[in-house]
Design a binder for this molecule. Structure first.
Ligand SMILES: Cc1cc2nc3c(=O)[nH]c(=O)nc-3n(C[C@H](O)[C@H](O)[C@H](O)COP(=O)(O)OP(=O)(O)OC[C@H]3O[C@@H](n4cnc5c(N)ncnc54)[C@H](O)[C@@H]3O)c2cc1C
Length: 373
């Protein structure tokens, strides 16, 4: 079957937007429902997004995906962002876990997990970071010890987005010695309702609960919960087929949609200082989007785009809260609340997915070939 073209995908996205409101309580981006009513609505909305094929648009057709081009995926993102739609609750499963299971999973693991992720019925969390292992992930200590044919897991994870609502966790645990660093790590697929798993939500500056601490106390799993080879977890985690161009494009498209709302709000009544500021921000957003469209992608452009997006995101939302605070414009209540929320959350974007300082080091060393200090 020939995959649909961009025009057809845009038509499908427009039809979805015409038939569906954003779910209750949903700000843009990968934020989380805050109560059971919002969760039920957001989960049902996610499953409709998946049923329309829009969540797995980039998956290969042999896995039931849309087989669409990056351009088609970005065009769909633009339609959804303009309608202030959030991400699917199954986004971590779609973009991180399923590609890992497709490439490293057993047939039984693929049969069990890929259809549920494709349908948006399983929510996943990423259980990588620990209190002493964030930027230096290879220092992780959460340990899995062999006991007969089982593995027994003990330790702690932190900043685990969605863990409080997740059905499954994608866990990295140490099966070798700490001296082995990344070679002694194994990937596990963990049912979050397994005995011994405790999830404690962490409250953010926004007042919301998006991420969590997760504790493992003698959690016992059979060997069929191991993903890939024992000791091969680092490879599994680092080889994820994350489509950087689409992820970066999605972020910047979402930000451009907010900039459009901001500029449309006050139009010609904007004061010149704010108008000038918005002009600069729009130009920066266009420049970042253009870098993301370069083919082939220049070395380091994914890290560069992540740094540039996360910093521009802070500036856009600073301007947005200034516009709200000026009290001169007729700002819809929903927009004001979302901008305030995104303003308080923006530091998170400079840390998650690799802290900007660390990514700058990566560019300096690996792309520019600069010596270590
Ligand atoms: C919003 C958000 C969502 C997240 N979601 C998840 C999730 O779902 N699952 C998960 O596993 N993790 C998640 N994380 C965790 C994230 O991956 C880590 O916070 C990140 O890797 C940084 O690790 P850290 O917090 O331990 O900071 P540290 O590594 O302790 O860094 C602290 C500071 O030191 C700087 N630093 C560290 N090393 C260097 C260096 N070599 N050179 C220069 N500066 C350095 C950093 O840039 C940072 O400013 C999330 C984080 C955030 C903010």
């Amino acid at each position: 079957m020939v995959p649909a073209g961009t025009t057809e995908w845009v038509r499908r996205a427009e039809a979805f937007v015409a038939e569906n409101q954003p779910p209750l309580g949903a700000p843009p981006g990968s934020r989380t429902p805050q109560n059971p009513v919002q969760l039920a609505d957001w989960a049902a909305w996610s499953q409709r997004l998946h049923a329309a094929g829009l969540a797995t648009i980039r998956w290969p057709t042999e896995w039931g995906g849309g087989g669409a081009s990056a351009d088609a995926a970005l065009a769909v993102t633009a339609v959804l962002a303009a309608a202030a739609m959030p991400l699917s609750l199954a986004d971590i499963g779609v973009n991180m876990v399923a590609p890992a299971i497709m490439s490293a999973g057993t047939a039984a693991q693929q049969d069990r997990h890929v259809p549920a992720i494709r349908a948006g019925t399983a929510i996943w969390t990423q259980l990588f970071s620990e209190p002493e292992a964030g930027s230096d992930l290879a220092a992780l200590r959460c340990a899995a010890s062999a006991d007969g044919t089982d593995w027994v897991i003990n330790g702690q994870k932190v900043w685990s987005t969605y863990a409080h609502i997740a059905d499954w966790g994608f866990l990295l645990a140490r099966t070798g010695t700490r001296d082995e660093r990344h070679r002694g790590i194994t990937a596990f697929l963990v049912p979050m309702d397994a005995a011994g798993v405790t999830v404690r939500p962490v409250r953010e500056l926004t007042g919301h609960y998006d991420f969590n601490e997760v504790f493992f106390d003698d959690v016992r799993l059979g060997h069929d919960y191991v993903l890939g080879a024992v000791g091969g977890g680092w490879q599994v985690a680092m080889n994820l087929l994350i489509d950087e161009r689409v992820v970066t494009g999605r972020n910047i498209i979402g930000l451009q949609a907010e900039l459009d709302r901001l500029t449309s709000l006050a139009g010609n009544t904007l004061d010149p200082v704010t108008a000038n500021r918005l002009g600069e921000l729009c130009a920066d957003a266009i420049a970042i989007a253009a870098v993301g469209e370069l083919e082939p992608a220049p070395a380091g452009s994914d890290n560069l785009a992540k740094i540039a997006f996360s910093e521009l995101n802070g500036e856009v939302h600073q301007t947005a809260v200034d516009v709200v605070a000026a009290d001169r414009y007729d700002v819809p209540a929903g927009w004001a609340a979302r901008w305030q929320d995104s303003y308080l959350y923006y530091r998170g974007w400079t840390i998650s997915g690799g802290a900007n300082e660390v990514l700058r080091n990566v560019i300096a060393k690996r792309v520019l070939g600069l010596p270590s200090a």
